[in-house]
Design a protein around this ligand. Structure first.
Ligand SMILES: *Cc1c(COP(=O)(O)O)cnc(C)c1O
Length: 404
C-alpha cells in the first residue's frame, strides 16, 4: 500500500516550515528532496569508510570501491540494462549528453548528416547539438509539437530520413509534462538507420525504465532529480556503441597503459570516468534508486496519475489561469500563467503562502517562446506530493488574484 503521508516522514526538509507555513514544495522537477536513508548513507560513508576508489590495496579503498561498483549495479537494475558496463557515471544529465556529443558526435557526424530533436528540449539537449553543428557542419533538425504541447507522430516522422544519424529527444518535457513514445520512436529511428538518445531527466522520476525494451542507444538522467545527491548523473549506452567511442576527458583512472609517447585507454565505463569520480554521490544515488524501487515504481506511477488528474480538476477551475501543456497522458509537471499577473509576482505571492514553484523559461527558452510566453510558472510533483499540496497551490493562486 502506498501511503504518501508515511513516505513524507522520510523527507526531513518537508517537515520544515516555509515563511511560517507548511512546506508546499512544488519544485521537484528542478531538484527533488532527499530521503533520510540517502542522507544517512552519505554521513556513514564519510564517517566510517571514506577513501579513494580503484586505487588502494587496503581495506577502506577495497570497501568503497565495492560500494561504488554496487551503485553502478543498482543503476543497471533501475534501467534494466544488459550489463553494469553500460552505466557511466557523470556529473549530471547535462554532462552525459555533452559526452555523447563530444565523443560519438565528433567521431560520427559530418556535413550532410542530421541530428533530429524536438521543439520541447531542455537546453541540455539542444545547445550541445547546436555547438556540434557549428563545429562539424552537420544539420540540426527540429520537429514540431502541438499547441497543447502534445507529441505528434507525423511531425516526427516527416523529419526522419536516411540522413538522420541521431534522434535526441526528451522522454518527458520539463515544461509541458508531455511524454514521448521513446520505444516507438527508437524503432522508427533504427529503421531509418539512426541512433536514439533519450533525455530521461523527468521521465526517470515518475516511470519505470527498461532500456532493453525501449531499445534506446543512449539514455541520460540526473541523480538529484531522482532523490539522490547533486553532482552525479548517469549515461547509459549500449556496450558496443560505448566501446566504439573515443574518450571524453583524459587523465587518471581511464587509461590502460601510458608511456611518454603513447596511451591506450580502458574499456567502458572506466574510459569515460577520468579522474577521481563523485564517489560518495554515486553511492548516494544507488541508495536513492533503491529507495524508489523499494517504494515501487508501479506505485509511483499510480500516485503520479492520481495527482495529475487532481491537479487538472483543481487548476482548471481557477478563473484567469491558463495551463501551458495539456497533452493527453502528461506527467506531473504543470506550467501555467495567470491573466494580468506577471509570473514573477505570482511566485512572490505563492512563496508568502509557503508554496514553492519555479518561474522563468525553465532552461527551455525556445520552447516557452514557442508556446507563446516569455516566462511561465511551474508546479512539479514528486513521490511525496499530496493532494493537499495541490489544494494549497490552488488556494494561493486564488488569493493572488485578489491582489491584482
Ligand atoms: C533537469 C533537466 C536536464 C538537465 O539536468 P541537469 O541535472 O541540470 O544536468 C535536462 N533535461 C531535462 C528534461 C531536465 O528536466
Amino acid at each position: 500500500m502506498y501511503d504518501v503521508y508515511e513516505i513524507r516522514k522520510d523527507f526531513p526538509v518537508l517537515q520544515q516550515k516555509v515563511n511560517g507555513k507548511p512546506n508546499t514544495f512544488l519544485d521537484s522537477g528542478a531538484s527533488a528532496q532527499k530521503p533520510q536513508c540517502v542522507i544517512n548513507r552519505i554521513y556513514d560513508i564519510y564517517t566510517k569508510e571514506y577513501s579513494n576508489v580503484h586505487r588502494g590495496s587496503y581495506m577502506l579503498s577495497e570497501q568503497i570501491t565495492w560500494d561504488y561498483e554496487e551503485a553502478r549495479k543498482t543503476v543497471q537494475k533501475f534501467l534494466n540494462a544488459a550489463s553494469h558496463k553500460e552505466i557511466v557515471f557523470t556529473r549530471n544529465a547535462t554532462e552525459a549528453i555533452n559526452l555523447v556529443a563530444a565523443t560519438w558526435g565528433r567521431k560520427n557526424l559530418k556535413p550532410g548528416d542530421e541530428v533530429l530533436i524536438s521543439e520541447a528540449e531542455h537546453h541540455a539537449n539542444l545547445v550541445p547539438w547546436q555547438m556540434l553543428r557549428d563545429e562539424l557542419g552537420c544539420t540540426l533538425k527540429i520537429f514540431k509539437i502541438g499547441d497543447d504541447g502534445s507529441f505528434i507522430w507525423e511531425e516526427f516522422e516527416k523529419q526522419l530520413n536516411p540522413k538522420t544519424k541521431l534522434v535526441a529527444v526528451t522522454a518527458m518535457s520539463n515544461v509541458l509534462g508531455t511524454i514521448f513514445p521513446i520505444k516507438e520512436m527508437a524503432k522508427a529511428a533504427h529503421n531509418a538507420g539512426a541512433l536514439i538518445l533519450a533525455d530521461a531527466c523527468q521521465y526517470a522520476v515518475h516511470h519505470p525504465i527498461d532500456v532493453q525494451d525501449m531499445d534506446c542507444d543512449f539514455l541520460a538522467f540526473s541523480g538529484h532529480k531522482t532523490y539522490g545527491p547533486t553532482g552525479i548523473g548517469v549515461l547509459y549506452g549500449k556496450y558496443d556503441i560505448l566501446d566504439s567511442m573515443p574518450p571524453y576527458q583524459t587523465g587518471g583512472d581511464m587509461v590502460d597503459h601510458v608511456t611518454y609517447e603513447k596511451t591506450t585507454f580502458e574499456e567502458p565505463p572506466a574510459r569515460f570516468e577520468a579522474g577521481t569520480p563523485a564517489i560518495v554521490e554515486a553511492i548516494g544515488l544507488g541508495e536513492a534508486l533503491n529507495y524508489m524501487m523499494c517504494v515501487g515504481l508501479d506505485n509511483i506511477v499510480a500516485h503520479e496519475k492520481e495527482l495529475v488528474d487532481y491537479a487538472f480538476e483543481k487548476l482548471s477551475g481557477i478563473e484567469g489561469l491558463k495551463l501551458v501543456g495539456t497533452a493527453e497522458g502528461k506527467g506531473g509537471v504543470f506550467s501555467f500563467v495567470m491573466d494580468d499577473i506577471h509570473p514573477q509576482d505570482l511566485a512572490f505571492i505563492l512563496n508568502k503562502e509557503g508554496v514553492s514553484v519555479r518561474v522563468g523559461h525553465h532552461c527551455a527558452e525556445p520552447l516557452v517562446h514557442r508556446m507563446g510566453y516569455e516566462s511561465v510558472a511551474r508546479a512539479s510533483f514528486g513521490l511525496y506530493t499530496t493532494k493537499e499540496d495541490i489544494d494549497c497551490l490552488a488556494a494561493a493562486l486564488k488569493k493572488a488574484k485578489t491582489f491584482f
